[in-house]
Ligand binder design. Sequence first.
Ligand code: SF4
Length: 282
Amino acid sequence: MEIHLAEHCGFCFGVKRAVALANEAIEKHGHVAVMGDLVHNRAVMEKLRDKGLIYIRDLEEAAGMPVLLQAHGTDPALIYKAKELGLELIDATCPLVSEIHRYAQELESEGRQVIIIGDHDHDEVRGIVSRLHDACVISQPEDIKKFCRIKQKSGVVIQSTQQFENVREILPLLLTISRDCRIINTICEPTRQNQKEVRELAKKNDCVLVIGDKSSANSTRLFTLVRSLNPNSYRISGVGEIDPAWFRGCASLGITAGASTPEDQIDQVIQYIKLLDGDKRK
Ligand code: SF4
């Protein structure tokens, strides 16, 4: 069976940067605190925990340790409180997420109602909302009537890892209500590349695997997209979840991974599949 790995898959530059900052800080200080998931991958977080990253629920627990801010952004109220407590902050916010914060604030300063196309409970979306006075989050077309009274003058930003197809369904509906709507496409470049490649991968291969943690919204979206194009697609977080029956009759297998999936997890999957394939030929 031929294996085709997507060129742009696994750690995006924002996640790489956050993990590198965590490692540097652990080396320097011994222990570093973080609230919530630094990145959405359990194996990566456990590795960092073993080295010295401490997961805290309250800033009071961080006494004596620097606090690392998550890759997908942090509520400014929390940053303010950390400063009040005299804690040292290490900002691992992805620069592309910080850019979305700036765009959203710019839209608000123009007197627009800010609409965020994204997942209601995602850290990144919460981080954007917390910087605005009055924002509205839409994750699917039905939310427009459910959650928002769209105003005539509005502005749209998009969660960095949103699937283009979803955005394409929502935008025309917004435009039927809002006459003066400024749209800033903030889907980040690594997500765009990943989604573009994955479309090809799904069409050109008999079977596709998406490697990504269950907590990763980006991997979930990638899998939804792949599955809609190739029904013989599966999502796994590691080797242990692979069912060899999936590859029966497959001449080619496409592999991709979410933005928080580390390289060693991808390598393990490839090695395991090569082993399975080798056994079949004996
Ligand atoms: S997915 Fe995009 S925005 Fe999010 S951390 Fe990676 S590069 Fe940054």
